[in-house]
Design a protein around this ligand. Structure first.
Ligand code: S3P
Length: 181
């Protein structure tokens, strides 16, 4: 079984996933990194050279591959929820946790790096709000939603680990046997 972090850009998926993986001795994986590895280009380069459609199909292929492995913390790209099949595959073998933050906090976090092609627009805050409105109901399909606004990384890590332990403890024994034969 995996722990899967979904949520908008800048909600802390990558940072939290790395720490949770370390704490639980799970493997850290990231759908964006998997796509970059397979295509041999960075995400902005893929968008620029081939467009978003190609990126989304590579992303779906990465999700399919990663979802079949176990004991991973999977950080996903913010748009992974746009394809319903992605969420089905991730939920089938994982506890899916959605991270959220306010648009202003998201803008502040993503402004630190120049690697989000979808936000390279004149009014990034407006774009963030627009995309959040489109995606909000999709992010809520997670098993658990955690607001990361005003939270520290160690604190969030402990919360995710706690949610995971509680989830595993409630799983039916047969399911656990199937997962760890
Ligand atoms: C995207 C989010 C990015 C990356 C791509 C598209 C999105 O991932 O997959 O730029 O559509 O929200 P992060 O959420 O890790 O920044």
């Amino acid at each position: 079984m995996n722990i899967v972090l979904i949520g908008f850009m800048g909600t802390g998926k990558t940072s939290v996933a790395k720490r949770v993986a370390k704490e639980l001795d799970f493997k850290y994986v990231d759908t964006d990194e998997e796509v970059e590895r397979v295509v041999g280009m960075s995400v902005p380069e893929i968008f620029q050279n081939f467009g978003e459609t190609r990126f989304r199909s590579e992303e779906a292929a990465a999700v399919k591959r990663l979802a079949t492995e176990d004991n991973q913390v999977i950080a996903t790209g913010g748009g992974v929820v746009l394809n319903p099949e992605n969420l089905v595959a991730l939920k089938a073998n994982g506890l899916v946790i959605s991270l959220t933050a306010t648009p202003e906090v998201i803008l502040e976090r993503v402004s630190r790096r120049n690697n989000r092609p979808l936000l390279k627009v004149e009014n990034p805050l407006g774009k963030i709000k627009e995309l959040l409105t489109q995606r909000d109901s999709l992010y809520k399909e997670a098993h658990v939603v955690i607001d990361t606004t005003n939270r520290t990384l160690p604190d969030l890590t402990q919360e995710v680990v706690g949610v995971y332990r509680g989830y595993v403890a409630r799983l039916e024994p047969e399911k656990l046997w199937n997962k760890y034969p």
